[in-house]
Design a protein around this ligand. Structure first.
Ligand SMILES: Nc1ncnc2c1ncn2[C@@H]1O[C@H](COP(=O)(O)OP(=O)(O)OP(=O)(O)O)[C@@H](O)[C@H]1O
Ligand SMILES: [Mg+2]
Length: 321
């Protein structure tokens, strides 16, 4: 993905009400071709409703959306020809086999006949369904159904793939496979719109994320950008001898770089006769100064470590926890 890649999804004040309830509230985002974009938020935050509007399944009550520059409500068919969607609860026909399911969707998406057979075979292989290709979907496990539903979303080799919680209910191996698949799509320049509750998954896969609450975007950016926005990006954890705790706290607080020294009461450190202090406002570049100050004051230092903000930290801070 590059800065110059064209914008393929853009919304401007996109809003959807259900009665008096505002499910999506003035959403304005833009996503470039090739991005893996994470859409995060608690249950009911408005993720699925957004996906449904972007695909022209439901209409916005205000604002607008463009996908490939087209309006989903009026150009839904042209958009859907180039997109794939894994819905939150994919409906599969239990009477069809896995192969017949994919063949049927190849038909729907007008995949050219000569390519059809091979495309279906490839997808069955990629999703490890070849062995069960001719079994009826009704007898599939949840994970197998989910894999088939993802395969189905890819029959038209789409440029944009919407995945609404693709790994929910999958076992660890299947989750890893889905992650690899998303990475593969991204390497091949596809755009992925990923709704997920799994913050580690989002952190690993997404170029950028949007954090949603009650239909509103709280923040958009890379994990690093969000952490910086929250001003929590610069921290160092320091383990000092328990006997030196008070002295160390005073010492570090006096350093000009340190905005706050926090004793988090870490139990693991305590078991080792140490105290874990978090120094706020400092970066990796300040580590030598922290060590020098401790040595000069005779404070016993066991460990110094810059703390990288995880997406989980940022998420909970944004959601006000
Ligand atoms: N068809 C509908 N009729 C009425 N209310 C709806 C409808 N669809 C969604 N909502 C409401 O809109 C809000 C947002 O729902 P949405 O499904 O978009 O959330 P979500 O972020 O996908 O949540 P989850 O993480 O649970 O999947 C919820 O309060 C939901 O009850
Ligand atoms: Mg949802």
């Amino acid at each position: 993905m590059s800065e110059e890649a064209p914008i393929v999804i853009a919304t401007d004040g996109l809003t959807r009400r259900f009665g008096s309830m505002v499910a999506v509230d003035r959403l304005t985002i833009s996503i470039r071709a090739g991005e893996v974009f994470g859409f995060l938020g608690h249950n009911g935050a408005g993720k699925t409703t957004t996906v449904r509007m972007l695909n022209g399944v439901i209409a916005p009550t205000a604002g607008s959306a463009r996908v490939f520059g087209l309006a989903p409500q009026t150009d839904g068919a042209r958009i859907r020809a180039r997109t794939g969607v894994l819905t939150e609860t994919p409906a599969l026909d239990n009477r069809l086999s896995a192969r017949a399911t994919l063949e049927y969707f190849s038909d729907v998406y007008a995949v050219p006949r000569p390519q059809r057979r091979q495309r279906v075979a490839e997808l069955l292989e990629r999703f490890e369904l070849t062995g069960r290709a001719d079994d009826k979907v009704g007898g599939f496990s949840r994970g197998m159904r989910q894999r088939l539903a993802i395969a189905r979303a890819l029959v038209n080799d789409p440029d944009i793939i919407f995945l609404d919680e693709p790994t929910s209910g999958l076992d660890p191996v299947a989750i890893r496979d889905v992650h690899r698949l998303i990475e593969g799509l991204s390497h091949r320049g596809r755009t992925v719109f990923l709704c997920t509750h799994n913050l580690a998954e989002a952190e690993r896969l997404c170029d950028r994320v949007a954090v949603l609450a009650r239909g509103q975007v709280l923040a958009v950016g890379t994990t690093r950008e969000l952490a910086a926005e929250l001003n929590r990006g610069h921290r160092i954890s320091v383990e000092v001898d328990t006997h030196d705790t008070a002295r160390a706290q005073a010492l570090f607080s006096a350093l000009p770089q340190v905005s706050q020294t926090e004793n988090v009461g870490d139990r693991t450190a305590a078991r080792n006769g140490a105290t874990l202090l978090i120094l706020h406002g400092v970066t990796r570049a300040d580590v030598p100064a922290v060590i020098a100050a401790a040595m000069q004051a005779g404070v016993n230092l066991y460990r110094v470590e810059p703390v990288d903000e995880s997406l989980e930290d940022v998420y909970f801070a944004l959601q006000g926890h």
